[in-house]
Design a protein around this ligand. Structure first.
Ligand code: 2NL
Length: 344
């Protein structure tokens, strides 16, 4: 019996050593140590042994079983190590490989130009104010010296939602709101960028929705020369350092006096060309001294305080700066157009 056990042990250990995979290890375990295996059978036959032989045989069986188990366990460990090694060998990552390029979008050219303009005015101490795109007649017109039955309030020209709610036609209502919030305190020194809406037929130079930036500076002793200096600085920083500007008399209901502001032609620097229609000048914005009525209606004593205001269409500035010939390019979102404004 002892010889048979030792032979079984040798056989089992040999098979365990030769096993190529986990499955084979498991098969050896079942074959030799399982319930129907030869060792269990030996244990069952122990009853027939004498009292002296029984413990010796019991000890031997345990030893045999332990040794087979040890052989199986070491095989399992060996196979696991090999599996891991294979995995590491086949799944290596070359960390020096360049990544796949990510397709990045670009900031919309109008947003870029708005941000450039904001930066210039922030540099001169202006703060940025924003407000609702859906406005009341009161803030959009009334407070800006456009009384009822003023032609600009015509249904033909503005998008009305109800009789006294409309899409703002300019960003001035934001400034009117800011003045009310300031309750007569100075300085009010803000720019208001945002979408505005007018009932225009769209063409190369008109859009029913466009971006406007208005500016407002109220304090004691603000004069037309402050306006001119501010706008000259803007023109130089936005276009080029050798820019000049000129003011021509004009009219707006909310400013008095009012001016139209030209910059020297960015294409021919004033010599005269097709872009400036041979005048050497290009109109870029409207401005003026805040009308006393506007100051008073928003709670500012027009005898103590004065202010200047200006308004510009962002599309027009962007078109001049980048030589874009049709305002509709900004709103049709052709990727070939937008891609040209990738910021580095
Ligand atoms: C233009 C002209 C302008 C203003 C806007 C303004 C605002 C307040 C008071 C007085 Cl709260 N004025 N804004 C002044 C002059 C001109 O815009 O051609 N915009 C495209």
């Amino acid at each position: 019996m002892k010889d048979k056990l030792l032979a079984l042990k040798e056989e089992a250990i040999q098979k365990a050593t030769k096993a190529q995979d986990m499955r084979a290890v498991q098969d050896v375990k079942v074959e030799y140590l399982g319930k129907k295996g030869p060792i269990t059978e030996v244990l069952r036959g122990m009853g027939q042994l004498s009292a002296e032989e029984r413990p010796l045989m019991g000890q031997l069986v345990n030893e045999v079983r332990n040794e087979i188990e040890e052989a199986l366990t070491s095989k399992v460990n060996e196979l696991e190590a090999k599996l891991l090694e294979d995995k590491l060998a086949t799944e290596t990552i070359d960390v020096t490989l360049p990544g796949r390029p990510v397709k990045a979008g670009s900031t919309h050219p109008l947003t870029q130009v708005v941000e450039q303009i904001e930066d210039i005015f922030l540099g001169m101490g202006f703060k940025i104010a924003e407000g609702p795109e859906v406005e009341t007649d009161y803030f959009n017109f009334e407070l800006l010296n456009l009384p009822k039955n003023h032609p600009a309030r015509d249904m033909q020209d503005s998008f009305y939602i109800t009789e006294d709610i409309l899409l703002r036609t300019q960003t001035s209502p934001v400034q009117a709101r800011a003045m009310q919030e300031m309750k007569g305190e100075v300085p009010v020194k803000i720019i208001c960028p945002g979408k505005v809406f007018r009932r225009d037929d769209d063409d190369a130079t008109h859009s029913h929705q466009f971006m406007q930036i208005e500016g407002l500076y109220i304090d004691r002793d603000i004069s037309m020369s402050d306006l001119k200096g501010t706008l000259l600085t803007f023109a130089k920083e936005m276009f080029s350092d050798d820019q000049n500007i000129r003011l021509r008399p004009s009219f707006f209901p909310f400013t008095e006096p009012s001016v139209e502001v030209d910059i020297s032609c960015i294409l021919c620097s004033g010599k005269g060309c097709r872009v400036c229609k041979h005048t050497g000048w290009i109109e870029i914005l409207g401005a003026g001294m805040v009308h006393p009525n506007v100051l008073e209606m928003s709670g500012y004593d027009s005898k103590t305080y004065t202010g200047f205001a200006f308004g510009m269409g962002v599309e027009r500035i962007a078109m001049l700066k980048y030589g874009i010939d049709d305002i509709r390019h900004f709103y049709t979102n052709d990727a070939r157009f937008l891609k040209q404004f990738q910021r580095m």
